[in-house]
Ligand binder design. Sequence first.
Ligand SMILES: [Zn+2]
Length: 209
Amino acid sequence: MDDGSASKSQASSGRFTNKREGYLEWPDYFMAIAFLSAQRSKDPRTQVGACIVNEEKKIVGIGYNGMPNGCSDDLMPWAREADSILDTKQLYVCHAELNAVLNKNSADVKNCTIYVALFPCNECAKVVIQSSIKEVVYYSDKYKDRPAFMAAKRMFDQAGVTYRQYQPSKKKIVIDFSLIEAMSDCVIADMDSLKINAPTVDSQPDSTS
Ligand SMILES: [Zn+2]
């Protein structure tokens, strides 16, 4: 009996013959990777990630904010304010955008799009412009009234780098490792269950006659 839902009957019959619905769209995928890489950050206050994507929708660089290579996360300061600026993180931390560009696995990032959680600061705007990235997709612009971010926009506007706020198609993306165990069928075909209409030995012409 037809229940009026193709996907429902497909699921209930155990035959998944049509394309899955609700899969991750490209922009959500790239922004989610930026957010996921931010989870690697040791900064106790601000975790930011960046993901650089080329014109073929291939990821060519990922980064998050952190201390320079060889500078110990345990010895360097993480405070935003201190009696001396030498004891604040500002002078040391490499921002996500810089790390993503420097981590690139391609010759360059010309005409790429960078997905970032926060609108780039002025220093990162320089990196974006000088590396010929053409577009910035950001999630939050919460510091837009600060000079560093106003300066970033000023440079982007003159250099022709476009920027737009990311509009997520879903509010949350959950990664549940255990889901793979619960999936009902195997990616590898069970050869015993396959029926292949290949000619049998008996049906082939008898070469002896
Ligand atoms: Zn920055």
